[in-house]
Design a protein around this ligand. Sequence first.
Ligand code: AHG
Ligand code: MN
Ligand code: MN
Length: 346
Amino acid sequence: MNNKVTLTQFLIEQQRGLPDASGTFTLLLNNIVTACKQISHKVNRGNLIGVLGSAGTENVQGEVQKKLDIITNDIMINALNWTGHLAGMASEEDDDLITIPAQYPRGKYLALFDPLDGSSNIDINLAVGTIFSILRCREGVEPDIEDFLRKGAEQVCAGFVIYGPSTMMVLTTGHGVNAFTLDQDVGEFILTHPDMRIPEETSEFAINMSNQRFWEPPVQRYIDECLQGVQGVREKDFNMRWVASFVADVYRILTRGGVFLYPCDLRDPERPAKLRIMYEANPMAFIVEQAGGLCSTGREAILDIKPTGVHQRVPVILGSKKEVERIIRYHQEADAKGTETAKGMG
Ligand code: AHG
Ligand code: MN
Ligand code: MN
């Protein structure tokens, strides 16, 4: 491994640039990296070790859990709870906040994570991932829910690992976005994609088309125009991708641009959105915006939302800046028209 920069070297060199860095953050990240290497090993071995298929249980989301949802959640918790860097954790797979066992010291950070994103893909051997978000916490207290319910703009770090043909870690600490590829022979993540930037323009959209009849008008309008192609108002043809793994769709957008939409949809009025703000939308919004993209609900910036619950769901529109700005504009125009109509009916 000639003069390749390892993730460890990258973090230590980045830490040197932060005068008040105590090094605990670097150690915490290294603990997360160890957990993700363990998850990569489990995912790669699949049914050789009997980890595929359903666990036959439901999580707080009311979703049937895969065996790997539970296995990966346990790996994350057991790799982090003893380190002394965390005051608490929250996971997609746990109803309540995860407290640090009494025998371990507490730290000044909170870790929130989706231990296995894209679970529906695990049994069909498509890419899945782990998404994590790090917040600072008040020191010397047991954190309460308000310590967790912080705007995405307050994150100190966000990252994800994609377990695909390569296992890759994408990371931001607020100083741009860098991606690392796991060298399986050495067991180290190597810097392979420094300073990732999302092209402002794109001709590729990602959405689950089967929900089309449930979308709000501005999303209908945007996708219709994409589908009209070169004969339509956009005067160009579009391509579509939908992996149903947030990590895979976001990674594609980081490498070649694009726009991802999991919009508000009216299938279930009780549940107008799917993606969870604390451990899916916020970390991805931090990463995408650090790479020059945008992330919005269509009506407000994801990073500016004050969360109301650890498992709160929000609409997510993210990716190439100019496309997201267009979709936001379509929401504004639709809402203004709605207001005019409402006034007219007043
Ligand atoms: P998770 O497996 O953690 O529940 O996340 C799945 C999410 C996200 O990864 C993906 O973009 C979306 O669900 C796919 O939703 P559909 O299956 O409705 O397309
Ligand atoms: Mn997920
Ligand atoms: Mn998940």
